[in-house]
Design a protein around this ligand. Structure first.
Ligand SMILES: [Zn+2]
Length: 343
């Protein structure tokens, strides 16, 4: 299903296919992604130091914002955890205020198997789809819900939160923020402080449930708390660790600047895009017309990027950004998000 706030002047995203088109052969199963990094030894951090397992608090001793750096929300995305482990050993802490480093889904991480590396994303359910108020208020029915409720006090007291993720398919790194001005300002400021030119994205969320960055503490329009998610690169590549470490370092070292700056609405916006369409594969024969990479820009509106049963999928406007195309998508899954560049 294509959904979202598509302006009327859009070229249609989905229409009946006029003719047969060459497409990529649909792989029967996921390709073998090389695992070029080893899972980190987190044993020294598992107990934590503030009463919650996997939560390590570092206080500057000077009043200031409370910030959180979250890794391992997905158990098999450990590049961010390697970066955090390294920065904890280097005693990275802010000039003022407090940082809490969180290793979120340790149970899933403990199940990581190089022979089946995608299986340990979670144990029972996706920890990044459970952050709505009603889910969090209900009795936990899974390891992940128990963990979310355990971590909730950390989330609710954070002025700024950075959630570290990575991607299965090759893609340029990008930031995702909830649709509040203050969080998009945070993305812009962090991107400029860390000297990255990553795309900063606001999107349509996930049909499966609320992500951590969308918890009401960050998503409500009246508060001041900000959140941001980093997709740092492919899950198991060394450069994904370096990207994560660079962003975390700037996030922590500039916490006060980011906290106060995000309240100013006049921040310049750079390299920003907004997702307009989530493309869900309706058929088992969904196939892209090329091996697109995340972050790739399709210049011309109406370019056919995929076929889906009897339909063809077209870019709705010029300079359309493809966000995390899934080249092995199954029926009912999210195949790609389409984003309109704002700058
Ligand atoms: Zn993730």
């Amino acid at each position: 299903m294509s959904c979202g706030a598509s302006p009327r002047d859009h070229h249609p995203v989905r229409k009946k296919r006029q003719r047969l088109l060459p497409t990529l052969a649909l792989p029967r199963r996921l390709p073998d992604f090389p695992i070029l990094i080893d899972p980190p030894d987190l044993s020294r951090w598992i107990k934590g130091n503030n009463g919650i397992a996997g939560v390590i608090e570092r206080d500057s001793g000077v009043p200031g914002p409370e910030i959180a750096v979250i890794s391992l929300v997905h158990g098999n995305e450990f590049a961010g955890a390697i970066a955090v482990d390294r920065l904890l050993r280097a005693d990275l802490r802010p000039l003022c205020g407090t940082v809490r480093y969180v290793f979120a889904n340790l149970e899933a991480f403990a199940r990581f198997e190089p022979g089946n590396p995608t299986a340990s994303r979670f144990v029972v359910e996706d920890l990044n789809r459970v952050w709505s108020a009603d889910r969090l208020a209900a009795r936990p029915g899974s390891i992940e819900m128990e963990r979310a409720q355990e971590l909730l006090p950390i989330v609710q007291r954070s002025d700024l939160l950075l959630d570290l993720h990575s991607m299965l398919w090759e893609s340029s790194p990008l930031f995702i923020s909830p649709q509040t001005e203050r969080s998009t300002a945070l993305a812009t400021m962090l991107s400029s402080r860390a000297d990255t030119r990553f795309l900063s994205l606001t999107d349509l969320g996930h049909l499966g449930g609320a992500r951590l960055i969308e918890h009401e503490h960050f998503a409500c329009h009246t508060g001041s708390a900000c959140s941001i998610l980093l997709e740092a690169g492919q899950h198991w590549r060394p450069e994904t660790i370096e990207t994560s470490a660079r962003v975390v370092t700037h996030f922590v070292e500039n916490a006060a600047f980011l906290h106060f700056g995000s309240r100013q609405t006049a921040n310049p916006v750079s390299h920003q895009a907004v997702v307009t369409d989530n493309i869900i594969a309706r058929s088992a024969s969904f196939a892209f017309t090329d091996a697109y990479q995340g972050g790739q820009i399709i210049e011309t509106a109406g370019t056919i990027i995929a076929t889906d049963g009897e339909d063809e999928i077209c870019t709705p406007y010029d300079h359309c950004v493809l966000i995390m195309p899934n080249l092995c998508v199954r029926r009912g899954q999210l195949a790609v998000r389409l984003a309109r560049s704002l700058t």
